[in-house]
Write a protein that binds this ligand. Structure first.
Ligand code: GYE
Length: 318
Protein backbone atom coordinates (compact mmCIF):
# COMPACT_ATOMS: atom_id res chain seq x y z
CA UNK A 1 0.00 0.00 0.00
CA UNK A 2 1.45 3.33 -1.04
CA UNK A 3 1.17 6.35 1.25
CA UNK A 4 1.84 9.72 -0.21
CA UNK A 5 4.25 11.41 2.17
CA UNK A 6 3.45 14.90 1.02
CA UNK A 7 -0.25 14.43 1.62
CA UNK A 8 0.35 13.15 5.12
CA UNK A 9 2.74 16.05 5.84
CA UNK A 10 0.39 18.63 4.40
CA UNK A 11 -2.74 17.02 5.80
CA UNK A 12 -3.99 20.10 7.60
CA UNK A 13 -3.32 22.47 4.70
CA UNK A 14 -5.06 20.11 2.33
CA UNK A 15 -8.13 19.83 4.56
CA UNK A 16 -8.32 23.61 4.66
CA UNK A 17 -7.96 23.93 0.90
CA UNK A 18 -10.72 21.38 0.39
CA UNK A 19 -12.99 23.23 2.80
CA UNK A 20 -12.38 26.53 1.03
CA UNK A 21 -12.95 25.28 -2.48
CA UNK A 22 -15.57 22.75 -1.50
CA UNK A 23 -13.96 20.31 -3.88
CA UNK A 24 -11.41 17.55 -3.41
CA UNK A 25 -10.21 17.54 -7.01
CA UNK A 26 -11.47 16.99 -10.53
CA UNK A 27 -14.56 14.81 -10.53
CA UNK A 28 -15.52 12.20 -13.06
CA UNK A 29 -19.02 11.59 -14.41
CA UNK A 30 -19.88 9.51 -11.39
CA UNK A 31 -18.84 12.31 -9.02
CA UNK A 32 -15.83 10.41 -7.71
CA UNK A 33 -12.29 11.79 -7.71
CA UNK A 34 -10.38 11.15 -10.91
CA UNK A 35 -7.07 9.31 -10.62
CA UNK A 36 -4.28 11.58 -11.84
CA UNK A 37 -1.95 9.58 -14.07
CA UNK A 38 1.21 10.87 -15.73
CA UNK A 39 2.06 8.61 -18.68
CA UNK A 40 5.39 8.97 -20.49
CA UNK A 41 5.10 7.21 -23.83
CA UNK A 42 8.48 6.64 -25.46
CA UNK A 43 7.55 7.78 -28.96
CA UNK A 44 5.43 7.22 -32.06
CA UNK A 45 8.02 5.20 -33.96
CA UNK A 46 5.91 2.27 -35.14
CA UNK A 47 2.47 0.90 -35.88
CA UNK A 48 2.74 -1.00 -32.62
CA UNK A 49 3.35 2.21 -30.68
CA UNK A 50 0.42 4.00 -32.32
CA UNK A 51 -1.92 1.13 -31.45
CA UNK A 52 -0.57 1.05 -27.89
CA UNK A 53 -1.05 4.81 -27.46
CA UNK A 54 -4.64 4.60 -28.73
CA UNK A 55 -5.37 1.76 -26.33
CA UNK A 56 -3.85 3.61 -23.33
CA UNK A 57 -5.67 6.85 -24.11
CA UNK A 58 -9.01 5.08 -24.63
CA UNK A 59 -8.72 3.17 -21.36
CA UNK A 60 -7.33 5.95 -19.14
CA UNK A 61 -10.20 8.25 -20.06
CA UNK A 62 -12.22 10.63 -17.89
CA UNK A 63 -15.29 8.39 -18.29
CA UNK A 64 -13.26 5.56 -16.82
CA UNK A 65 -12.18 7.70 -13.87
CA UNK A 66 -8.77 9.00 -14.97
CA UNK A 67 -7.20 12.42 -15.40
CA UNK A 68 -4.44 11.51 -17.85
CA UNK A 69 -1.41 13.60 -18.75
CA UNK A 70 0.16 11.88 -21.76
CA UNK A 71 3.60 12.96 -23.02
CA UNK A 72 5.39 11.59 -26.11
CA UNK A 73 9.19 11.50 -25.68
CA UNK A 74 10.03 11.13 -29.38
CA UNK A 75 12.39 8.23 -28.62
CA UNK A 76 14.68 10.40 -26.47
CA UNK A 77 15.55 9.30 -22.97
CA UNK A 78 16.19 12.87 -21.78
CA UNK A 79 12.64 13.80 -22.79
CA UNK A 80 11.29 10.90 -20.75
CA UNK A 81 13.33 11.85 -17.71
CA UNK A 82 12.04 15.42 -17.96
CA UNK A 83 8.43 14.22 -18.25
CA UNK A 84 8.86 11.96 -15.21
CA UNK A 85 10.25 14.87 -13.17
CA UNK A 86 7.31 17.02 -14.27
CA UNK A 87 4.91 14.33 -13.08
CA UNK A 88 6.61 14.34 -9.67
CA UNK A 89 6.21 18.14 -9.55
CA UNK A 90 2.55 17.82 -10.50
CA UNK A 91 2.13 15.32 -7.67
CA UNK A 92 0.20 12.85 -9.82
CA UNK A 93 -1.33 9.81 -8.10
CA UNK A 94 0.40 7.28 -10.34
CA UNK A 95 3.25 7.46 -12.87
CA UNK A 96 3.31 5.07 -15.83
CA UNK A 97 5.98 4.87 -18.49
CA UNK A 98 7.47 2.83 -21.31
CA UNK A 99 11.26 3.18 -21.01
CA UNK A 100 12.93 3.70 -24.39
CA UNK A 101 16.10 1.89 -23.25
CA UNK A 102 16.83 -0.34 -20.26
CA UNK A 103 19.54 1.63 -18.43
CA UNK A 104 20.13 5.21 -17.27
CA UNK A 105 17.08 5.56 -15.03
CA UNK A 106 18.62 5.18 -11.56
CA UNK A 107 18.34 8.81 -10.48
CA UNK A 108 14.83 9.50 -11.66
CA UNK A 109 13.53 6.14 -10.41
CA UNK A 110 14.93 7.01 -6.98
CA UNK A 111 13.21 10.41 -7.15
CA UNK A 112 9.86 8.78 -7.97
CA UNK A 113 10.34 6.34 -5.12
CA UNK A 114 11.28 9.14 -2.68
CA UNK A 115 8.16 11.05 -3.71
CA UNK A 116 6.09 8.00 -2.75
CA UNK A 117 4.39 7.86 -6.14
CA UNK A 118 3.54 4.34 -7.32
CA UNK A 119 5.15 3.46 -10.64
CA UNK A 120 3.65 1.25 -13.34
CA UNK A 121 6.09 0.09 -16.00
CA UNK A 122 4.43 -0.42 -19.36
CA UNK A 123 5.70 -2.54 -22.26
CA UNK A 124 9.47 -2.31 -21.72
CA UNK A 125 11.45 -3.02 -18.58
CA UNK A 126 14.39 -1.28 -16.89
CA UNK A 127 17.76 -2.42 -15.62
CA UNK A 128 18.49 -0.40 -12.48
CA UNK A 129 20.33 -0.43 -9.18
CA UNK A 130 17.28 1.06 -7.44
CA UNK A 131 15.73 -1.56 -5.19
CA UNK A 132 12.10 -2.38 -5.95
CA UNK A 133 11.62 0.61 -8.30
CA UNK A 134 8.12 -0.18 -9.55
CA UNK A 135 4.88 -1.61 -8.25
CA UNK A 136 4.01 -3.55 -11.35
CA UNK A 137 5.16 -4.19 -14.92
CA UNK A 138 2.95 -5.20 -17.82
CA UNK A 139 4.25 -6.20 -21.23
CA UNK A 140 5.18 -9.06 -23.52
CA UNK A 141 7.83 -11.75 -23.16
CA UNK A 142 10.30 -10.40 -25.74
CA UNK A 143 12.75 -13.25 -25.29
CA UNK A 144 10.02 -15.77 -26.05
CA UNK A 145 9.10 -13.78 -29.17
CA UNK A 146 12.69 -14.05 -30.38
CA UNK A 147 12.71 -17.75 -29.52
CA UNK A 148 9.53 -18.36 -31.53
CA UNK A 149 10.94 -16.52 -34.54
CA UNK A 150 14.21 -18.43 -34.26
CA UNK A 151 12.51 -21.81 -33.96
CA UNK A 152 10.56 -21.17 -37.15
CA UNK A 153 13.72 -20.15 -39.01
CA UNK A 154 15.69 -23.14 -37.68
CA UNK A 155 12.90 -25.51 -38.75
CA UNK A 156 12.24 -24.01 -42.19
CA UNK A 157 15.53 -22.40 -43.30
CA UNK A 158 18.29 -24.10 -41.32
CA UNK A 159 21.01 -22.94 -43.74
CA UNK A 160 19.82 -19.36 -44.11
CA UNK A 161 22.30 -16.51 -44.31
CA UNK A 162 20.67 -14.20 -41.84
CA UNK A 163 20.77 -10.44 -41.48
CA UNK A 164 19.31 -9.16 -38.21
CA UNK A 165 17.57 -5.80 -38.28
CA UNK A 166 17.75 -4.69 -34.67
CA UNK A 167 15.39 -2.42 -32.79
CA UNK A 168 16.53 0.58 -30.76
CA UNK A 169 19.89 -0.44 -29.33
CA UNK A 170 19.76 -1.05 -25.59
CA UNK A 171 15.97 -1.36 -25.50
CA UNK A 172 14.42 -4.38 -23.80
CA UNK A 173 12.82 -5.75 -27.01
CA UNK A 174 16.09 -5.41 -28.98
CA UNK A 175 18.16 -7.14 -26.31
CA UNK A 176 15.67 -9.88 -25.53
CA UNK A 177 14.41 -10.66 -29.04
CA UNK A 178 18.00 -10.89 -30.22
CA UNK A 179 19.00 -13.19 -27.36
CA UNK A 180 16.01 -15.47 -27.92
CA UNK A 181 16.44 -15.62 -31.70
CA UNK A 182 20.21 -16.03 -31.79
CA UNK A 183 20.09 -18.95 -29.36
CA UNK A 184 17.74 -20.83 -31.71
CA UNK A 185 19.42 -20.18 -35.07
CA UNK A 186 23.04 -20.16 -33.86
CA UNK A 187 25.17 -17.00 -34.04
CA UNK A 188 27.31 -18.53 -36.81
CA UNK A 189 24.32 -18.25 -39.16
CA UNK A 190 23.97 -14.50 -38.62
CA UNK A 191 26.10 -12.81 -41.23
CA UNK A 192 25.37 -9.24 -40.20
CA UNK A 193 23.35 -6.97 -37.96
CA UNK A 194 22.41 -3.30 -37.91
CA UNK A 195 19.84 -1.23 -36.10
CA UNK A 196 16.80 0.30 -37.76
CA UNK A 197 15.62 1.93 -34.51
CA UNK A 198 12.17 0.31 -34.91
CA UNK A 199 11.25 2.70 -37.76
CA UNK A 200 10.42 2.02 -41.40
CA UNK A 201 12.81 4.67 -42.76
CA UNK A 202 15.81 3.48 -40.76
CA UNK A 203 14.93 -0.15 -41.49
CA UNK A 204 15.00 0.67 -45.19
CA UNK A 205 18.35 2.46 -44.96
CA UNK A 206 19.93 -0.36 -42.96
CA UNK A 207 18.68 -2.94 -45.48
CA UNK A 208 20.03 -0.92 -48.42
CA UNK A 209 23.47 -0.98 -46.78
CA UNK A 210 23.13 -4.70 -45.97
CA UNK A 211 22.24 -5.58 -49.58
CA UNK A 212 25.57 -4.05 -50.57
CA UNK A 213 27.60 -5.47 -47.71
CA UNK A 214 26.12 -9.01 -47.66
CA UNK A 215 25.03 -10.00 -51.19
CA UNK A 216 24.59 -13.60 -50.00
CA UNK A 217 21.97 -12.72 -47.38
CA UNK A 218 18.70 -14.59 -47.95
CA UNK A 219 16.78 -14.09 -44.70
CA UNK A 220 16.09 -11.02 -42.60
CA UNK A 221 14.90 -11.14 -39.02
CA UNK A 222 13.48 -7.68 -38.24
CA UNK A 223 12.72 -6.90 -34.60
CA UNK A 224 9.47 -5.24 -35.72
CA UNK A 225 7.07 -5.01 -38.66
CA UNK A 226 7.92 -1.40 -39.54
CA UNK A 227 11.59 -2.19 -40.13
CA UNK A 228 10.53 -5.27 -42.10
CA UNK A 229 8.35 -3.05 -44.29
CA UNK A 230 11.33 -0.75 -44.84
CA UNK A 231 13.34 -3.84 -45.82
CA UNK A 232 10.65 -4.79 -48.36
CA UNK A 233 11.04 -1.37 -50.01
CA UNK A 234 14.84 -1.69 -50.15
CA UNK A 235 14.69 -5.25 -51.52
CA UNK A 236 12.25 -4.28 -54.28
CA UNK A 237 14.38 -1.26 -55.20
CA UNK A 238 17.34 -3.63 -55.57
CA UNK A 239 15.34 -5.73 -58.06
CA UNK A 240 14.79 -8.68 -55.73
CA UNK A 241 11.54 -10.26 -54.55
CA UNK A 242 10.77 -9.93 -50.83
CA UNK A 243 9.39 -13.12 -49.32
CA UNK A 244 10.98 -15.21 -52.11
CA UNK A 245 14.59 -14.15 -52.77
CA UNK A 246 14.87 -12.89 -49.23
CA UNK A 247 12.70 -14.45 -46.54
CA UNK A 248 11.39 -11.92 -44.00
CA UNK A 249 10.53 -12.73 -40.39
CA UNK A 250 9.28 -9.99 -38.07
CA UNK A 251 7.66 -9.30 -34.71
CA UNK A 252 4.44 -7.34 -33.90
CA UNK A 253 1.59 -8.29 -36.24
CA UNK A 254 0.22 -4.79 -36.86
CA UNK A 255 -2.15 -4.39 -39.80
CA UNK A 256 0.47 -3.34 -42.37
CA UNK A 257 2.70 -6.24 -41.34
CA UNK A 258 -0.13 -8.76 -41.51
CA UNK A 259 -1.05 -7.41 -44.95
CA UNK A 260 2.53 -7.98 -46.11
CA UNK A 261 2.20 -11.57 -44.86
CA UNK A 262 -1.03 -12.14 -46.80
CA UNK A 263 0.61 -10.56 -49.85
CA UNK A 264 3.55 -12.97 -49.60
CA UNK A 265 6.17 -10.31 -48.85
CA UNK A 266 6.63 -11.36 -45.23
CA UNK A 267 7.00 -15.05 -44.37
CA UNK A 268 6.41 -15.23 -40.62
CA UNK A 269 5.30 -12.86 -37.87
CA UNK A 270 5.48 -13.38 -34.14
CA UNK A 271 2.73 -11.31 -32.61
CA UNK A 272 3.26 -8.67 -29.94
CA UNK A 273 -0.13 -7.42 -28.83
CA UNK A 274 -0.18 -3.64 -28.10
CA UNK A 275 -3.80 -3.48 -26.92
CA UNK A 276 -3.61 -3.73 -23.14
CA UNK A 277 -4.84 -0.30 -21.98
CA UNK A 278 -7.73 -1.90 -20.07
CA UNK A 279 -5.31 -4.07 -18.13
CA UNK A 280 -3.21 -0.99 -17.25
CA UNK A 281 -6.37 0.81 -16.09
CA UNK A 282 -7.32 -2.16 -13.91
CA UNK A 283 -3.88 -2.34 -12.33
CA UNK A 284 -3.89 1.40 -11.55
CA UNK A 285 -7.36 1.19 -9.96
CA UNK A 286 -6.25 -1.73 -7.82
CA UNK A 287 -3.13 0.15 -6.70
CA UNK A 288 -5.22 3.19 -5.75
CA UNK A 289 -7.65 0.95 -3.87
CA UNK A 290 -4.75 -0.46 -1.86
CA UNK A 291 -5.16 -3.93 -3.33
CA UNK A 292 -2.12 -6.03 -4.06
CA UNK A 293 -1.23 -6.37 -7.73
CA UNK A 294 0.98 -8.91 -9.50
CA UNK A 295 4.60 -7.79 -9.95
CA UNK A 296 4.43 -8.96 -13.57
CA UNK A 297 1.63 -9.29 -16.12
CA UNK A 298 2.58 -10.96 -19.40
CA UNK A 299 0.55 -10.06 -22.49
CA UNK A 300 0.21 -13.30 -24.44
CA UNK A 301 1.31 -13.49 -28.09
CA UNK A 302 0.62 -15.76 -31.06
CA UNK A 303 2.50 -16.32 -34.36
CA UNK A 304 1.35 -16.33 -37.98
CA UNK A 305 2.57 -17.68 -41.32
CA UNK A 306 1.37 -17.13 -44.89
CA UNK A 307 -1.65 -19.40 -44.40
CA UNK A 308 -3.56 -16.52 -42.76
CA UNK A 309 -6.40 -15.08 -44.83
CA UNK A 310 -7.33 -11.54 -45.84
CA UNK A 311 -10.56 -11.86 -43.81
CA UNK A 312 -8.54 -12.72 -40.70
CA UNK A 313 -6.36 -9.64 -41.17
CA UNK A 314 -9.35 -7.40 -41.82
CA UNK A 315 -11.01 -8.59 -38.63
CA UNK A 316 -8.08 -7.66 -36.40
CA UNK A 317 -8.39 -4.65 -34.12
CA UNK A 318 -5.09 -3.03 -35.07
O1 GYE B 1 7.69 -4.31 -31.00
C1 GYE B 1 8.05 -2.08 -31.74
C2 GYE B 1 8.01 -0.81 -31.00
O2 GYE B 1 8.38 -2.17 -27.15
C3 GYE B 1 7.11 -4.03 -27.85
O3 GYE B 1 8.47 -1.15 -29.72
C4 GYE B 1 7.56 -2.67 -28.15
C5 GYE B 1 8.26 -2.51 -29.48
C6 GYE B 1 7.50 -2.99 -30.70
O4 GYE B 1 8.61 0.23 -31.59
O5 GYE B 1 7.29 -2.01 -32.91
Amino acid sequence: MFMKKKIIAAGLGLALAVALTGCGGDKGDTGTDLIKVGFSQLGAESGWRTANTESVQASLSKENGFDLTFVDAQQKQENQIKALRDFIQQDVDVIAFSPVVETGWDEVLQEIKDAGIPLVLVDRNVNTSVVDPYVTWIGADFKLEGTMAGQWVAANYPDAKIFELQGTMGSAPQLDREAGFDAEVGVENIIGRATGNFTRAEGKAATEAALQAYPEMNLIFAHNDDMGLGAVEAIKAAGKVPGVDIIIVTVDGVRAGMQALVDGEFNYIVECNPVFGDQIAGLIKDIMAGKSVPKTTIVVDAAFDQTITQAFVDARAY
